[in-house]
Write a protein that binds this ligand. Structure first.
Ligand SMILES: [Fe+2]
Ligand SMILES: [Fe+2]
Length: 202
């Protein structure tokens, strides 16, 4: 951290201002990997615990969408728009569209998982299909952001604004980075427990 002439703290541009978002992508991919491994063990004729899917939906609501996408939309994308990038066409429009699609999958996932908890097992296919669709969408989405959109952001946003991003992210999401990781681990552990049961009973 460096001090501006006025004394206000400012982050050095030597550090990657988007590193916290990229680290969250890595946590999201760990979740996707664990859920995908569980999905690979499912068959239509066998019941599967809805617990990891409820955990996944809670993780999406509070972290993957609730804090990560909030930081992207309210801070990063907003800065890109202020720098002149359109948000109704091109890469930003496509990325925003994927956020909306992910929210739709998460809503279906949550409703179907809660129905399974209530004994409506015929909703299991819907739960599994929504989880698979979310994993596929978000796996490609995070790659697209890491490899393309974040690079565009670092090119179009002026250095003085890039240096402010970590502080602006913290205003939108004041939770420590460990909270995101702990929530991701909770999904992974629930998925691994359910996978273990599937293998034992398979
Ligand atoms: Fe995103
Ligand atoms: Fe992202």
């Amino acid at each position: 951290m460096i001090k501006t002439p006025g004394g206000a703290p400012e982050y050095s541009t030597a550090m990657d201002p988007l590193e916290s978002l990229s680290e969250e992508h890595r946590q999201i991919r760990v979740v996707i990997s664990a859920i995908t491994s569980l999905l690979d063990l499912t068959r239509g004729d066998r019941r599967i615990s809805p617990t990891p899917f409820l955990e996944l939906q809670a993780f999406i609501m509070q972290f993957a969408d609730g804090s990560h996408h909030a930081k992207e939309e309210q801070v990063l994308f907003s800065e890109m728009v202020q720098a002149g990038l359109p948000n109704d066409s091109g890469p930003l429009a496509s990325i925003l569209n994927e956020h909306d699609q992910g929210r739709k999958y998460a809503a279906v996932l949550g409703a179907a998982a809660r129905a399974c908890v209530d004994g409506q097992w015929h909703r299991q296919v819907e739960m599994v299909d929504a989880a698979r669709a979310w994993c596929q969408l978000v796996n490609a989405h995070t790659d697209k952001e890491d490899l393309m959109l974040y690079a565009i952001a670092q090119t179009v946003i002026p250095d003085r604004r890039l240096a402010l991003l970590p502080a602006l992210f913290a205003k939108v999401d004041p939770l420590p980075a460990s909270a995101f990781k702990d929530a991701a681990n909770a999904v992974v552990e629930a998925a691994e427990r359910a996978a273990h049961t599937q293998r034992k009973t398979g």
